[in-house]
Every structure is written in C-alpha cells, then in structure tokens.
Ligand binder design. Structure first.
Ligand code: FE2
Ligand code: FE2
Length: 146
C-alpha cells in the first residue's frame, strides 16, 4: 500500500510476491503444529516476542521506499534464522516437519536475495514469479491458497 510513486511502483510487485509467499508459510506450517499437539499463542504480542524478530511495521515516513525495503529485508532475515533453526532441529528426526521447514527456508532465502538486490544492487539471480503467490517451494504445503 505504501510503495507509492514511480519508484514505489517498481518494487510493489516484488513486495507482493514476498508477502503472498509469507502468507503461504503460515498456512504451510499450521497443520503440522496441530498434528504435533501444539497450538498458537493467544496473545499476539507474545507470539511476536517468541519469534525474536521485530514486528514488521511501516517506517516513520510510511512512503519511504528505502526504509520499507530495509524493514522487509530484516523480516526475511529473521525468518531465515528461525526456519534454519527448525531445519537443524528436525533434520534426521522428524521428516514431515523438516520437509515443510526446508521449503519455507528456500523461499525466505529467495526473498532475502530480492531485497538485497533492490537495496544494494547485489545480483540475486532473481527471475520474477510467473504470478504473485506462485510459491515454488511451498505450494504443495498450502493448497487452500489455490
Ligand atoms: Fe515467510
Ligand atoms: Fe519471506
């Protein structure tokens, strides 16, 4: 919503691709949480705290494109740290959870590389998704999203 103006229009699609895939990550892991006897915290603030990541909010100037991208990058990096932990925790022990975690991790690594490219010009080898929400790695875990 806040990627506005000529500069914003160019990055809107990439942010949308990343956000839709992050929605897929929620759906990809929720079933497994319940299968394992787990549940989601009732307190949203406590939930955010558990992640060890900053709550992703708009910057002070809500249309500051660079600040938005910096926040997006930080969020992807936080997700990488957490999904990497789940991969290490489950490798060789819980193949069902590992399969989900490594697919989510793959998309988070791609998202991080997109934002690194946009912010610092570091090539990501990034090809645009064929459509928003394509989620090449987690599609099979989040079928309700279509
Ligand atoms: Fe994600
Ligand atoms: Fe992501």
């Amino acid at each position: 919503m806040h990627a506005t103006g000529m500069e914003g229009e160019g990055i809107k699609g990439i942010i949308e691709d990343a956000r839709l895939e992050d929605l897929s990550h929620f759906e990809s892991c929720i079933e497994r949480i319940f299968q394992l006897g787990g549940s989601l915290p009732n307190d949203a603030q406590a939930f955010i705290k558990m992640s060890g990541c900053e709550f992703l909010q708009l910057p002070k100037n809500p249309t500051d494109i660079k600040a938005i991208l910096e926040k997006c990058l930080k969020a992807e990096q936080g997700a990488i740290v957490n999904w990497d932990k789940v991969c290490k925790m489950t490798l060789g022990k819980d193949p069902a959870t590992y399969d989900i975690a490594k697919d989510i991790l793959m998309e988070e690594i791609e998202h991080e590389s997109w934002f690194l490219e946009l912010l610092y010009g570091r090539p990501s080898g990034h090809m645009r998704r064929k459509f928003s929400g394509e989620r090449p790695h987690t599609q099979k875990h989040s079928r309700a999203l279509g």
